[in-house]
Design a protein around this ligand. Structure first.
Ligand SMILES: *[C@@H]1O[C@H](CO)[C@@H](O)[C@H](O)[C@H]1NC(C)=O
Ligand SMILES: *[C@@H]1O[C@H](CO)[C@@H](O)[C@H](O)[C@H]1NC(C)=O
Length: 989
C-alpha cells in the first residue's frame, strides 16, 4: 500500500516537476542550434543600417535565438515558427486607397528598413509558418520574388509587400498550400500565375499593384478555387481580359472585403447584370475604375458597410438605390459628375460615419434631413454647387470630426448650433458666401486644429476672447474676408500654428508682435494687412521652421538689411510692394523663391549677387522689378545656376549685360526691360537655350539683331526688343523659332523687308496655338508644389499691360515704328492664329494682301502711317473679332468695304487716305474729300470691347476658381497624411 502510495507520490512529484519545467520551457524555449546557425547565415546576407538585428549574434549570453528580435519559437518544440522582420509604415497607407501610391515613397524613405538579399537558407527553417518581411524596400531591388520561397510549405502567413521585389510571381508560390495570408503588394508585375488557385486555404489575398497597371489578371478561374477567401485586394490590377470577373467573384461565398480600385475592368460596363449573389460582402471599393454609372447589382448588397465608388466619372442624379444599403457606415462618391441635389434618401442611412460627396456637380440647398445622420464622423461636400444656407440641424453632428463644405455657394450666417460640434477637429468653409462674424459660432470649438474660412464675406472684429479656446489650432486660413484683428499689444495666443494665412485682414499699423510666440510656423501669409511698420529684428529668428513668408502689399518700410542678422534662409519670401529700401539682403543657399519687386531698394546689387558662396544657390525665382537698383548688373551669376526666372525690369541698370548670365543654363524667363542697358545684343544669351521669354525692351541696345537668336534660342515663345536702337535687317533665322508667339521689335531703326518666311512661325497658326492659359516656368518650389507662371508686359491694343493669366493664348507681332520697307508679305496672312498685328509707322508700300481675310482671330490690326496703296480688300469684313483697326495715313483709295465690324470703327481710323463711304462721311459717289475725326460708330466699338472683355473674364474666372481648389484639396490630404510636410500654393497676384 505504502509502496503504491510512494509510487503515486513520486508520480505526482514528477508530474509537478515536469509541469514546472514545461511551464518554464513555455516561456523561454531553448533554440535549436542548427536553426540558430540558419538565422545567422540569413542575417549575414542582410544589410541592417540601424542594427535592428543586434541581438542576433553568437555571444553565449545571447545564444537562445528564441529571444532574438522578431523571432518566435514554438513553446513545446522550440522550433522557430515566426519571423517578424517588417518595417512598419509611419502612416499606414496600405489600406487607404488614396494614399496607395504614396505608400511606396513613404516606405522608401524609411531609414530603418533592411536591405541585402533573402538567402535561400531561410527554407531550412522547416517549421516556419509566419514570415513578414514587408516594408524592407531594399530587399528586392527590382528582382522578382525568389522561387525557393515555394519550398517553405509550412508557411501560413507570408508578407512580402513593399519589399522592392518586382517582376513575375514565381508559380512555385502555388505550392504553399497552407497559406492563409498572402500579401505581395507592390512586389509583382506580369500575369498572376494560376497556381495561386492551389492555395485553397487562403483567407487573405493582397495584391496591390503600382499605378502602371502592369499586374495582369488574365482570367479569374483560379480565383474560383479559393473558396475560403474573405479579403481580396487587387487595386491597380489589369483585368481587361477577365471578362467573367464579376460572376467568378460573386461565387466566392466567404468574400467580405473586395477592393478593385484603380483596376482596368473589361468593357463594356453596361453588360453587368442587375442582381448578383455576393451574399457576404461587407466592403466594396471600386474607385477609379472608369465605370460611368452605379452598377445596379450594388443596391442588392444589403450587408455592405463600406462602399467606395469615387472618381469614376459617374453622371446624373445620385440614385435612390443607396437607401437599400441601410448598414452603410462609409460611402465615398467623391470625384464624380453627380449633378442632382443631395437626395433625402441618402439621409436615411443612419449608420453613416463617413460620407464623402466632394468634387461633384451637386446643387440645391442642404435639406434639414441632413441632421438625421447623427453618427457622422466625416462629412465632405466640398467642390460642388450647393447653395442656400446651412441648416441649424448641423448641430446634430456631435460626433463629427471632419466637416468640409468648402468651394460651394452657401451663404448666410453660421448657425449658432455649430457650438455643439464639440468633436470637430477639421472645419473648412472656404470659398462660400457666408456673412457675419463666424467666431460667435466657432469660438467654443476647442478641439479644432484646422480652420479654413478663406474667401467668404465674413466680417467684423476678432478679439482675443474669440480665439482663446483654440488651444489645439494648427492651421488657420482666414484670408480674403473683412476681418480686423483687435488684440492687445501683449497678446499671447494659446495656439501654436504651423500655417497661418491672414491675407487682407486688418492687422496693422503695427507689426503683429504676437507672431513671436508662433515658433512652429512654416507658412505665414500676412500680405495686404495694412502693416505700416518696420520688420522687427526678432522676426527672422522667431520662426525658425518657416518655409513660406509673405508680407507683400503692405507699407513695410526701413532698411531690410539692418534687421537681418543672418542671411535670409526661408524657402519662399515675398516682400513685394512695400517701401523697403537700402541694400538687398544676403541669401542663404536654401532660398528658392524671392520676390522683392516694387520696393525702393537703391543700392547696387553687387553684394547681393557676389557674396562669397561655397555652395550653389538654390534660388530659382528672382524678382527685383520696379526698384531703384543702380549701376551695372554684376557679373556674378555663375553661382546662381538654378535660376529659372529673373526679373530685373524697371530699375536703373546701366552698361552691358554681364557675360555670366550665359551660365544660367536653366533660365526660362529673363526680363530686363525698362532699364538703360547699352551695347550690342548680348551674345552670351545664346547659351541660355532654355529661354522661353526674353524681354530686353526699353533699353539702349544698338547694333543688329543677331541671327544667333534664331539659331540658339529655339524655345523662345516671347521675344521683346521693343524701344531700343537696333538697326539693320530682321534676320531670316527668326523664322526658325517655331514656338514664337509674341514678337515685338517696335520702336527701333530696323530697315529692309519683312521676311516672307514669317509664315514658318508655327505657333501663330490657329491649329498649333497653345490652349494653355499660362506659360509656366519650371520653377516648382518645394513648399508650394506649384509651377510659377511667367508674366510679361505686352504692348497690345495700344497700351502696355502685364499678361500672366492668359499669356499662353496671346499671339502678337509688332514691328511698328521702324524703317521697314517693301510690301506686306502675303505670307504673313498665313498666320491665322495671330491676334495682334502692328506694322504702323514704317515705309511699307504695295497693297494690303487680299488674303488678310484669313487671319480670322485678329482682334487688332494697325498699318497706319505707311505708304500702302490700292483698295482695302473686301475680305477684311471676315475678321469678326476685330475690335481695333487703324489704316490711317496711307495711300489707300476707293470704298471702305461694308461689313458688320468695319463700319463700327472711327472715321479717324481711315483718315489721311483717299477712301470713301462709312464710317467716313465722304460719299463714294461724290468726289469730295475731307478728313473727319469725330466719333461715328463709337457705340459699336464699345460693344465689341465688352464682348472681348467678357471672353477674357471668363477665362480668368475659371482659373481663379479651379486652380485654387485643386491645391486646397491637396492641402487637406497632405495635412492629414503628413502633418510635418507642407504643400502650399503661392499667391498669384
Ligand atoms: C507560447 O506561450 C506564450 C505564453 O507563455 C503564449 O502567449 C504563446 O501564444 C505561446 N506560443 C505558441 C507558439 O504556442
Ligand atoms: C516587370 O518588371 C520587370 C522589372 O522591372 C520588367 O523587366 C518587366 O518588363 C516587367 N514586366 C511587365 C509585364 O511589365
Amino acid at each position: 500500500m505504502d509502496c503504491v502510495r510512494m509510487k503515486f507520490s513520486f508520480f505526482i512529484v514528477c508530474l509537478f516537476i515536469f509541469a514546472f519545467a514545461f511551464a518554464v520551457c513555455r516561456d523561454t524555449p531553448l533554440c535549436i542550434p542548427s536553426e540558430r546557425e540558419t538565422l545567422l547565415k540569413f542575417k549575414h546576407h542582410l544589410i541592417d543600417p540601424f542594427n535592428r538585428l543586434s541581438s542576433w549574434n553568437n555571444a553565449s549570453a545571447n545564444s537562445n535565438c528564441c529571444q532574438w528580435a522578431g523571432v518566435v519559437c514554438n513553446n513545446l518544440t522550440a522550433h522557430i515558427v515566426q519571423l517578424h522582420l517588417n518595417t512598419p509604415d509611419p502612416g499606414d497607407y496600405r489600406f487607404d486607397d488614396e494614399g496607395y501610391v504614396k505608400a511606396l515613397e513613404a516606405v522608401a524613405s524609411r531609414r530603418s528598413r533592411l536591405g541585402g538579399e533573402i538567402n535561400p537558407c531561410l527554407a531550412d527553417l522547416k517549421h516556419l509558418n509566419y514570415l513578414d518581411l514587408s516594408g524592407n524596400y531594399g530587399l528586392g531591388e527590382g528582382k522578382s520574388i525568389p522561387a525557393f520561397l515555394g519550398a517553405m510549405t509550412s508557411l501560413t502567413h507570408l508578407d512580402l509587400s513593399y519589399t522592392g521585389f518586382y517582376g513575375k510571381i514565381p508559380s512555385q508560390i502555388g505550392n504553399l498550400s497552407n497559406l492563409v495570408y498572402l500579401d505581395l503588394s507592390f512586389a509583382a508585375n506580369g500575369t498572376i500565375p494560376s497556381h495561386i488557385g492551389n492555395l485553397s486555404n487562403l483567407v487573405y489575398l493582397y495584391l496591390r499593384s503600382d499605378s502602371y497597371k502592369l499586374l495582369f489578371v488574365e482570367n479569374v478561374d483560379w480565383l474560383s478555387r479559393l473558396s475560403k477567401l474573405e479579403y481580396l485586394y487587387l487595386p491597380g490590377a489589369n483585368l481587361s481580359k477577365a471578362f467573367n470577373w464579376l460572376h467568378t467573384l460573386q461565387a466566392l461565398l466567404s468574400l467580405t472585403n473586395l477592393n478593385l480600385s484603380y483596376c482596368t475592368l473589361p468593357l463594356p460596363h453596361h453588360s453587368q447584370p442587375s442582381a448578383l449573389n455576393f451574399s457576404s460582402l461587407l466592403s466594396l471599393h471600386m474607385s477609379n475604375v472608369s465605370c460611368p454609372f452605379v452598377p445596379k447589382w450594388i443596391f442588392g448588397l444589403t450587408k455592405l458597410v463600406s462602399l467606395d465608388l469615387s472618381n469614376n466619372g459617374i453622371q446624373g442624379p445620385i440614385p435612390d438605390g443607396f437607401q437599400n444599403l441601410t448598414l452603410l457606415q462609409t460611402l465615398h462618391l467623391s470625384w464624380n459628375l453627380f449633378s442632382s441635389s443631395i437626395p433625402d434618401s441618402l439621409y436615411s442611412l443612419r449608420q453613416l460615419k463617413f460620407l464623402r460627396l466632394d468634387e461633384n456637380n451637386l446643387n440645391g440647398s442642404i435639406s434639414n434631413a441632413l441632421g438625421n445622420l447623427t453618427s457622422l464622423s466625416e462629412l465632405d461636400l466640398s467642390n460642388n454647387h450647393l447653395s442656400g444656407n446651412l441648416t441649424d440641424q448641423i448641430g446634430n453632428f456631435e460626433k463629427v470630426v471632419i466637416l468640409d463644405i468648402s468651394f460651394n455657394s452657401i451663404g448666410g450666417t453660421l448657425p449658432i448650433s455649430f457650438r455643439k460640434l464639440s468633436s470637430l477637429k477639421y472645419l473648412d468653409l472656404s470659398k462660400n458666401h457666408f456673412i457675419g462674424n463666424p467666431f460667435e459660432s466657432l469660438k467654443s470649438l476647442c478641439k479644432l486644429s484646422h480652420l479654413g474660412i478663406t474667401d467668404n464675406h465674413f466680417e467684423g472684429a476678432v478679439k482675443e476672447d474669440d480665439l482663446a479656446n483654440f488651444t489645439n489650432m494648427n492651421v488657420f486660413h482666414g484670408k480674403e474676408n473683412n476681418f480686423t484683428l483687435q488684440v492687445g499689444p501683449n497678446w499671447c495666443p494659446r495656439f501654436q500654428l504651423t500655417s497661418l494665412d491672414m491675407r487682407s485682414w486688418k492687422l496693422g499699423p503695427k507689426f503683429p508682435s504676437w507672431i513671436q510666440s508662433q515658433k512652429n510656423l512654416q507658412y505665414l501669409d500676412m500680405s495686404n494687412t495694412w502693416i505700416l511698420d518696420y520688420i522687427p529684428t526678432w522676426f527672422w529668428e522667431a520662426i525658425p521652421h518657416a518655409s513660406y513668408v509673405n508680407f507683400s502689399h503692405n507699407h513695410i518700410h526701413g532698411k531690410l538689411m539692418t534687421t537681418l542678422r543672418n542671411p535670409l534662409s526661408i524657402k519662399v519670401v515675398d516682400l513685394s510692394r512695400n517701401n523697403l529700401y537700402g541694400k538687398l539682403p544676403y541669401l542663404s543657399k536654401d532660398v528658392n523663391w524671392l520676390d522683392m519687386s516694387s520696393n525702393s531698394f537703391s543700392e547696387t546689387m553687387d553684394d547681393f549677387l557676389c557674396q562669397k558662396q561655397h555652395k550653389l544657390m538654390q534660388l530659382q525665382f528672382l524678382n527685383l522689378a520696379s526698384n531703384k537698383l543702380p549701376g551695372r548688373i554684376p557679373d556674378c551669376w555663375i553661382n546662381w545656376n538654378n535660376l529659372v526666372v529673373v526679373n530685373l525690369q524697371g530699375n536703373h541698370f546701366i552698361g552691358n549685360l554681364p557675360p555670366s548670365i550665359g551660365y544660367l543654363s536653366s533660365l526660362q524667363s529673363l526680363n530686363i526691360r525698362n532699364n538703360s542697358i547699352s551695347g550690342i545684343f548680348p551674345t552670351t544669351l545664346r547659351k541660355n537655350n532654355q529661354l522661353i521669354s526674353l524681354d530686353l525692351g526699353e533699353n539702349n541696345l544698338s547694333g543688329t539683331i543677331p541671327s544667333l537668336i534664331g539659331e540658339s534660342l529655339l524655345n523662345l515663345r516671347i521675344l521683346r526688343l521693343r524701344s531700343n536702337s537696333f538697326s539693320g535687317h530682321i534676320p531670316n533665322e527668326i523664322c526658325n523659332m517655331t514656338f514664337l508667339q509674341d514678337l515685338d521689335f517696335a520702336h527701333n531703326s530696323l530697315s529692309g523687308n519683312i521676311p516672307s518666311c514669317f509664315s514658318h512661325l508655327n505657333a501663330m497658326f490657329e491649329k498649333n496655338k497653345s490652349s494653355d492659359l499660362f506659360i509656366y516656368s519650371g520653377v516648382t518650389t518645394q513648399c508650394t508644389g506649384e509651377d510659377t507662371a511667367i508674366s510679361v508686359f505686352l504692348w497690345t491694343k495700344g497700351r502696355d499691360a502685364e499678361y500672366k493669366s492668359i499669356l499662353g493664348l496671346v499671339t502678337n507681332v509688332d514691328l511698328s515704328n521702324n524703317n521697314l520697307s517693301g510690301t506686306i508679305p502675303r505670307e504673313i496672312t498665313d498666320l491665322d492664329g495671330l491676334i495682334y498685328l502692328n506694322l504702323s509707322h514704317n515705309q511699307l508700300s504695295g497693297e494690303i494682301p487680299p488674303s488678310i481675310g484669313n487671319m480670322r482671330l485678329l482682334e487688332s490690326i494697325d498699318i497706319s502711317r505707311n505708304q500702302i496703296s490700292g483698295e482695302i480688300p473686301s475680305t477684311i469684313s471676315n475678321l469678326s473679332f476685330l475690335s481695333r483697326l487703324d489704316m490711317s495715313h496711307n495711300h489707300l483709295k476707293g470704298k471702305i468695304p461694308t461689313g458688320t465690324q468695319i463700319q463700327s470703327f472711327e472715321a479717324s481710323d481711315f483718315a489721311g487716305n483717299n477712301l470713301c463711304g462709312p464710317p467716313l462721311p465722304t460719299n463714294c459717289d461724290s468726289n469730295q474729300k475731307f478728313l473727319v475725326t469725330d466719333n461715328i460708330g463709337a457705340k459699336w466699338h464699345e460693344v465689341n470691347w465688352f464682348f472681348v472683355g467678357m471672353e477674357i473674364g471668363l477665362v480668368v474666372g475659371f482659373w481663379t476658381v479651379v486652380a485654387p481648389f485643386l491645391i486646397y484639396k491637396s492641402w487637406r490630404y497632405a495635412y492629414f497624411s503628413f502633418l510635418d510636410e507642407m504643400l502650399y500654393k503661392l499667391k498669384s497676384y
